[in-house]
Design a protein around this ligand. Sequence first.
Ligand code: HSE
Length: 430
Amino acid sequence: MSGALRVGVAGLGTVGAGVLRLLDTHGAMIAARAGRPVVVAAVSARDRNKKRPVDLSGYRWFDDPIAMAADPEIDAVLELIGGCEGVAKDVAEAAIAAGRHVVTANKALLAVHGAGLARAAESAGVTLAYEAAVAGGIPIIKTLREGLAANSFSRVYGILNGTCNYILTSMRDTGRDFAEVLEEAQRLGYAEADPSFDVDGVDAAHKLAILTALAFGCEVDFDGVYIEGIREISALDIAYADELGYRIKLLGIATQGEDGVEQRVYPCMVPQGTPIAHVDGVFNAVVAEGDFVGRVLVEGQGAGAGPTASAAVADLIDIARGIALPTFAIPAAELRRRPALAAERHVGSQYIRLMVRDRPGVIADVSAALRDCDISVEALLQRGRSPDEAVPVVITTHETTSAAMDEALSRIAGLKAVLEPPRRIRIEAL
Ligand code: HSE
């Protein structure tokens, strides 16, 4: 291997600028570690004249990132455009077809087209690398694929979205409700103007689908992920969670079963004694449970220019060194299609919170609905006494299926004394 690795950067937003700055700052160190220089040979973005925090005058400019991807002066394309269809996909496909390596931070692209792109890259003999796509600066892809390569994984889970973790942490710290904290997060630049991908759990689901494929050797199956976001979480539930010994976290959880793979993204209660309960603010964390290593937790910043650039450049260094590993740890052609296990079948304890009219017999009616659905109550909490106003009733249950709880909640919602739609939060045994 000789000469520099020549990189074409497609997309010059926050992360693109971070990569240029990182390579500029650590060029000599990276060359030493990679065995040759890693240089940006060309750049491309939608608007050449946009004000950016980096000087682009030293780089070849392409208006068309697809032309850049196939240019003979480029060895690897760094795709930072985003989105699962359109230009980002075209750039990745064009680069692979032209025999260029691809490094991407694009979780949506990999979650939806990961299996096909991996097959194409491996047939073309090029690398498709995506450390930056999952949990930003946390080296979870390397951890699973290399450091823990000797293990069979039973479960992989984590806090995969910093925006949600920031919002939930801030709600707990300040006692404020979701809408108010979201508005503040948008003002501070922690949440997008359109926050739906983050707060509705889609971004975490993209990342989970990638981790599932890597950990369990199956094709990426984004459609198989059960997704709930955090919009319905209230300050009241966060306060009750605290009192019951839990923290509420948006987790992505993938479990390997005999008959398929279960992938779930939802806000859940995790015991305060578990390390992941203390991963706060914009931080991400991923836990892998391997049969020989046991439990491994990695934590770090899941977004932002520095952490994401750190991950993307680590991939470029591997390519420069000539390290080539199968995209999802085993050859793409050998990735199995595993059935997606229905989330309704998942068994676990649950928390429900009702707002009820404080009259005799209400608890009996609620208990009857739970009994009729074969759900056993673990604890019940009612505070306050107000015949004229709604009062909260909190119930935690022993293990039950989500399907049984769905049925019980629909019966409970129909009771006259229940004044608001019941809230349910799963309790995860971690
Ligand atoms: N928007 C994501 C987050 C980071 O809040 O974690 C990029 O996936």
